[in-house]
Ligand binder design. Sequence first.
Ligand SMILES: Cc1cc2nc3c(=O)[nH]c(=O)nc-3n(C[C@H](O)[C@H](O)[C@H](O)COP(=O)(O)OP(=O)(O)OC[C@H]3O[C@@H](n4cnc5c(N)ncnc54)[C@H](O)[C@@H]3O)c2cc1C
Length: 407
Amino acid sequence: MKVVVIGGGPAGMISAYFGAKLGNEVILVEKNEKLGKKLYITGKGRCNVTNDCDVDEFLSNVVSNPRFLNGAARRFPPEKFMDFLEEKQQLKVERGNRVYPSSDKASDITKALENHLKDVGVEVRLNEEVKEICAENGNVNAVITSKESIDCDRVIVCTGGISYPSTGSTGDGYIFAKSFGHKVVQPVAALCGIELKGSFFKPLQGVSLKNVELTAYQGDKKLFSQFGEMLFTHFGISGPIVLTTSSYINRLDLKTVKLSLDLKPALSEEQLDARILRDFEKYKNKLVRNSLDDLLLKSLIPVVIETSGIDGDKKNSEFSKADRKKLATAIKNLTMYPSSLRSVEEGIITSGGVDVSEINPKTMESKLVNGLYFAGEVLDVDALTGGFNITVAACTAYCAGNAQMIK
Ligand SMILES: Cc1cc2nc3c(=O)[nH]c(=O)nc-3n(C[C@H](O)[C@H](O)[C@H](O)COP(=O)(O)OP(=O)(O)OC[C@H]3O[C@@H](n4cnc5c(N)ncnc54)[C@H](O)[C@@H]3O)c2cc1C
């Protein structure tokens, strides 16, 4: 069989490899001048390529459509993906089971995949863009590129999402999918910064916080909570726990969402009150705004005082229990209202994409057109940070590449 794979990111390279390994003639078409342009910038140039965890943990880090991914994740779990990469490139495991190339160079992951492609004789065509996929009587039969028309029996669409479009992921796969009547779930940013209403955060720009807990609510319903690091920016908030939170609120009406920041999650309200009393004793007769330096970052003090509604210019000896309660509440529940997320182009990944209800989860084949497959970020599947998104690309690509074995 002749297979055309569109896109030379991880999903494209992996599906091309497994397709060719089965004996198919595989052509990989990439519009950039090189393969893996996005891979190159992953993991801050080090590429957190996967996570050394079991399948259940992998799936628990998939935000959209983990059930769809269940079979693919079991057929090509992180362990197998690591074995596959280690045939060509030594790996190492770091904090949080994050897996990187031992060289710390993302380009070495692309090299490893390129070497795999060479072994099985995949024809790689660079600087060539697929413009259209053709089908006759419900069967794929050709692709038209910027250079020529290529007859084929199968097409695997691995064009990625629409985030970081300068890497080549410009949403072409959505257009191909729609041209065959596929539904495309509205692409939105995931793993991105959150813009906030108001201006209370402006003086905090550049302040980074460690060991804090961010909780998202819709109405009274707690959606998600995470402990870790974050930072204030010119637009609102960003950093690890904010990126994760964005993936859980990006499909909601943000008018209904509230964020609560606990600046002292290790202390209960009672413990915090005792701590405040101790500090007031230490800084006896000082103003409240000058009594909190041991407890809070200096830049946070005016913000906390302002949001608590207390008078920071009172002497701490004049402070009532009720005032202290207001202070503790503001420290444990600094409320923020998101106005929007950063643009989808800025998201680390795109959430949304080809609706998986129209895709066979065993083979990644379209249920609408024979011989048309989708793998990687073009699908409506997205995961959290930790190496899980490349792992999504890898396991869906494995299934698409090996589809012939299943049919
Ligand atoms: C800054 C950043 C850091 C990241 N870090 C990590 C990380 O450390 N770990 C992790 O797991 N994930 C990370 N990700 C996410 C990860 O990079 C993606 O999920 C992954 O690359 C998706 O793979 P893919 O093959 O589906 O798509 P892509 O890697 O986007 O590849 C798609 C390819 O298709 C090509 N293409 C598109 N349209 C056409 C066309 N019409 N014709 C020909 N070619 C076409 C594009 O040029 C591109 O090369 C990061 C993303 C970003 C932006």
